[in-house]
Design a protein around this ligand. Structure first.
Ligand SMILES: *[C@@H]1O[C@H](CO)[C@@H](O)[C@H](O)[C@H]1NC(C)=O
Ligand SMILES: *[C@@H]1O[C@H](CO)[C@@H](O)[C@H](O)[C@H]1NC(C)=O
Ligand SMILES: *[C@@H]1O[C@H](CO)[C@@H](O)[C@H](O)[C@H]1NC(C)=O
Ligand SMILES: *[C@@H]1O[C@H](CO)[C@@H](O)[C@H](O)[C@H]1NC(C)=O
Length: 672
């Protein structure tokens, strides 16, 4: 029986639970328009030392020289404009524009970015260059939209994994807020982009990168290791172009009704078999069909049965963050207690020169040696980079040169020692968390791994899941004086009758009143139980943080005494704090003060005081970065020594998955 109405919210319940983080225009730092660009780099940007300025002058000189050299070569012919595709081979990713950039016209007008360069990048992926007429596609056109990034990404990860298993090219779409043709939409009265290309936030196979098929070991399926059986993902635009007139549109009900459960493994298997059985080249889910991996599955630990397969998937193992996100992290890495690597290199210098990545002379890259020698050579001018496109592209493997403190695929060794990250949802969660009571919601499935349940589980039944709001107070009966006035003119017999009736209704009223009071108490208790885990107040946050710091300190002690359970204890006391949040500044100021005080006032274990406390609001983000900052928060949390998430949040559950896949011990991944 599929009766899950008690345990999960309604399909669009969380539509507004993870809204894009929209910073105020004040957070965009703008260069002074009166200074020349070079003056800005050299005098107002503390990143650049004198030496680098000299290098930069040299670079610009060489570039100018190259420019004239190129001018001498025959001018490009003006044939009908055609797309020039990124050549196949290495995975090339798009470098973001320089930071801080001079504001564009749209930016000056206060408009949000439309991410043209990223759209162009996706359009020119090598797999879009020509149609081999054999690749099979699966387009989940019914994917989540108008929803927070966490909700969208969790579905995208599973859809991409399913596409991989079924040997079909995953058709990726934009992160879509609005399906209308207009480029702009609005949220809470603010203008936002209708669509954000996913390559702004991610790289790797989910967005068209190549699969690494060398260490495949899926526990449920035999994976054909030949590259041809796992075509790269393509864009929705490309799919529409090559699949016109040959689409097979299917409904998700076919498989759902056959499986008759929300079990993750059963559904994944049934869907893989179904998609493999279809002879059609172009298969798409009806736009109105229910999601394959829907909120009932994500809302239940039953989804965890597919984790053994997902955790081995290239979609998880090659989960990669975009250069835009890495660049933003790199600029802020000191905030999180990341220690500078020894190898000196001009940090992000290429970054400052848009569109010229390919021409930069070797002089910009003093030969650097890394411990593993993997990147002992400076990035070659990427010969693969198209000379006829304005995009600055770089090989994914060369990103460490640009972002030495920001690995694109952080593994367990990239954990930032001593960093504690908290996920504190405010805003719409004030209402959302209250609604969870009557929906009877449990923690998201991916926040309910067994070891996490043991440690920070949420017993929704005990908390009062499904408790309905108490409703209105009963209406009090007519009062004594009104009643007497009303019966004044009646006969004695009628008066007796009326008194009898009144006694009955007064008794009923008091019974109803007691009942209502009980319901109020029950509801308020349930609400408090839910809010503590979903919308903790400052006292609760402070207390929980104290316990988490103490547990981490004790785990380190225990590990030193060879306790078998803890594989990777915290390597440093938690002294750097980052709060990923949409909370308002006054709340955050109060929270910061309370945390600082508590670390001193209640410190029985002699944990060192906080060295730093920062929040999402403290980051200085560029124009484009400001609209994808939730992906930056996710990256920081993935690398944290200890993370405290929100069990009801899908963004938290993706962080939990990434940490789990990296082998982070569960004592370091906590929930409110
Ligand atoms: C994203 O949306 C733009 C229009 O805003 C469209 O041109 C582009 O093809 C879309 N990208 C994908 C991957 O569908
Ligand atoms: C540049 O464009 C031309 C066609 O105009 C194409 O033949 C060539 O391969 C492109 N070069 C690169 C590196 O993409
Ligand atoms: C992390 O570092 C250890 C020790 O240097 C190494 O054995 C291990 O392979 C590394 N793990 C990953 C995922 O790179
Ligand atoms: C009884 O109720 C009436 C209104 O229905 C109000 O005007 C009156 O003051 C009340 N009398 C007492 C004694 O509460």
């Amino acid at each position: 029986m599929l009766n899950l109405s008690k345990s999960s919210p309604s399909p669009y319940s969380s539509a507004f639970s993870h809204v894009p983080h929209l910073p105020s225009p004040a957070t965009f730092r703008r260069p002074s328009p009166t200074r020349s660009p070079l003056a800005i780099f050299c005098f107002s940007n503390a990143l650049l030392t004198k030496r680098y300025c000299r290098v930069l002058f040299l670079a610009l000189f060489s570039i100018t020289f190259l420019f004239f050299l190129l001018k001498l070569s025959p001018p490009p012919s003006f044939e009908p404009s055609q797309l020039n595709y990124i050549p196949p081979g290495a995975d090339l990713v798009l470098l973001p524009p320089p930071y801080p950039s001079s504001p564009t016209h749209a930016q000056r007008k206060g408009m949000p970015p439309l991410f043209e360069a990223w759209k162009e990048y996706e359009r020119t992926l090598p797999q879009h260059a020509e149609d081999d007429e054999t690749t099979k596609f699966i387009y989940m056109k019914n994917h989540v939209y108008a929803s927070g990034w966490g909700n969208v990404l969790q579905e995208m990860i599973l859809n991409a994994h399913l596409a991989f298993l079924s040997g079909r090219s995953f058709v990726f779409d934009n992160y879509t807020w609005d399906r209308s043709t207009s480029e702009y939409s609005s949220f809470n009265g603010k203008t936002i982009p209708s669509r954000v290309p996913v390559s702004t936030m991610l790289a790797g196979p989910i967005i068209g990168g190549s699969f690494d098929l060398t260490h495949l070991s899926d526990p449920f399926f035999t994976i054909d290791p030949s590259p041809n059986s796992h075509p790269r993902a393509v864009s929705n635009e490309y799919y529409e172009r090559v699949c016109t007139g040959q689409k097979k549109v299917i409904d998700s009900a076919i498989v759902r009704d056959a499986v008759m459960s929300w079990d993750g493994k059963a559904n994944l298997k049934a869907w893989t078999n179904h998609l493999q059985s279809l002879p059609d080249r172009c298969v798409e889910l009806d736009i109105n069909a229910e999601h394959i991996f829907n909120i009932w599955m994500f809302g239940s630990p039953q989804i965890l049965t597919l984790w053994p397969s997902l955790s081995e998937s290239p979609i998880m193992r090659q989960f990669t963050h975009s250069p835009l996100i890495l660049g933003a992290f790199e600029r802020h890495h000191h905030l999180f207690g990341v220690i500078d690597t020894k190898s000196a290199r001009p940090k992000g210098l290429l970054h400052l020169i848009p569109g010229l990545g390919t021409f930069l002379p070797d002089v910009l890259f003093p030969r650097t040696r890394r411990e593993n020698n993997k990147y002992s050579r400076a990035p070659l001018p990427s010969s693969a980079s198209p000379s006829n496109s304005s995009l600055s592209l770089v090989d994914l493997n060369q990103l460490p040169f640009f972002y030495p403190h920001s690995p694109a695929r952080p593994n367990i060794n990239d954990t930032i020692p001593g960093l504690l990250v908290l996920h504190i949802r405010r805003g719409d969660f004030a209402q959302h968390c209250v609604n969870l009571v009557k929906w009877g919601s449990a923690f998201n499935g991916f926040n309910a791994f067994e070891d996490m349940r043991d440690q920070d589980g949420f017993d929704s039944a005990a908390a009062g899941a499904g408790t309905e709001p108490p409703g209105d107070e009963p209406i009090s009966p007519e009062n004594e004086s009104d009643f007497n006035a009303r019966i004044a003119g009646l006969s004695e017999e009628e008066k007796d009758h009326a008194r009898e009736a009144r006694k009955g209704s007064v008794d009923a009223y008091f019974a109803a009143k007691r009942d209502h009071e009980d319901r109020v108490v029950k509801y308020e208790t349930a609400k408090a139980n839910y809010l503590e885990r979903c919308f903790p107040n400052i006292d609760q946050i402070v207390r929980h943080v104290r316990q988490v710091r103490e547990a981490a300190a004790l785990a380190s002690l225990k590990a030193n005494s060879n306790s078998p359970r803890i594989l990777s204890p915290p390597s440093a006391p938690l002294t750097h704090l980052y709060v990923m949040t949409n909370g308002k500044p006054p709340f955050l100021a109060e929270l910061r003060a309370a945390l600082e005080l508590d670390a001193i006032a209640h410190n029985t274990l002699n944990i060192p005081p906080w060295e730093s406390i920062y929040t999402s609001r403290d980051l200085e983000l560029g124009w484009e970065e400001g609209y994808v900052s939730q992906a930056l928060d996710m990256y920081i949390a993935q690398r944290a020594e200890v993370f405290v998430g929100n069990g009801f949040s899908s963004l938290t559950s993706i962080i939990v998955m990434l940490r789990k896949a990296n082998g982070v011990d569960s004592i370091k991944t906590r929930l409110w």
